[in-house]
Design a protein around this ligand. Structure first.
Ligand code: SAH
Length: 213
């Protein structure tokens, strides 16, 4: 199936029925053809609401979870956003339509490279992909208005909390990696941080270090 009008309508219907209601998020997701981020044999399943395997033993997230996380992040048009866990680049492509600038990092260099290639092919020019350990954040670009972590951390990483601007927020799956995790939204205030628990999710773990191939 190609991302024709019918595939798009069905895709958006599923997203809505799973709670993705923000019209800005739905419009951004309508624009980005997920099949371009899914390789080989799984291409045929690109419009199903399911996570799929990508290179380096990682996964492209389930579309409805991408939608719910993006909705929870409440990205504003002038925002500078950090994504930790580029994976396929799909989530970064969606963010690119909603804000001014996206930095996205993955610890697997081959994933960072292939994501950058797809984003370039799509003419998306406001995303920078870097191979780096995102648990340390990206100090040279901090502070960020929004941070989205798409791998599971045992706790919201300290460097990421520190790189959030006052008034900014971060969405991160928190919990043991081999269990279900809780999606947490952290908001930074003048004097500290607020934590709000959202839904239950299941992500690959946030690991340390960088893999070169
Ligand atoms: N957002 C992705 C899916 C993320 S899968 C998409 O739209 O396709 C989780 C990704 O997090 C994996 O690619 C994994 O390599 C990466 N990851 C895990 N720990 C990391 C870390 N410390 N720094 C950066 N990336 C990390």
């Amino acid at each position: 199936m190609s991302y024709d009008a019918e595939a798009r309508m069905q895709f958006l219907f599923t997203l809505r029925s799973r709670g993705v209601r923000d019209p800005r998020v739905l419009t951004a997701m309508e624009k980005v053809d997920r099949q371009l981020f899914v390789g080989g044999v799984f291409e045929a399943r690109a419009y199903e609401d399911t996570p799929l395997p990508i290179a380096c033993g990682q996964t492209i997230s389930q579309p409805s979870i991408v939608g719910l996380m993006t909705q929870a992040l409440d990205v504003q048009t002038r925002d500078k956003v950090l994504e930790v866990g580029t994976g396929s680049g799909y989530q970064a492509a969606i963010l690119s339509h909603l804000c001014r600038r996206v930095y996205t990092v993955d610890r697997h260099r081959p994933l960072a490279r292939s994501a950058q290639t797809v984003l370039d092919q799509l003419g998306i020019a406001n995303v920078t992909v870097l191979a780096a350990d995102g648990g340390r954040g990206l100090p040279e670009q901090a502070p960020f208005d929004r941070i989205l972590v798409t791998a599971a951390a045992e706790d919201p990483p300290g460097p990421l909390l520190a790189q959030l601007r006052v008034g900014g927020s971060m969405v991160v799956p928190v919990g043991q990696s081999d269990h279900v995790q809780t999606l947490v939204k952290v908001t930074r205030h003048d004097t500290g941080y607020d934590y709000e628990e959202l839904e239950t999710v299941r992500f690959v773990p946030l690991l340390e270090g960088v893999e070169l191939d």
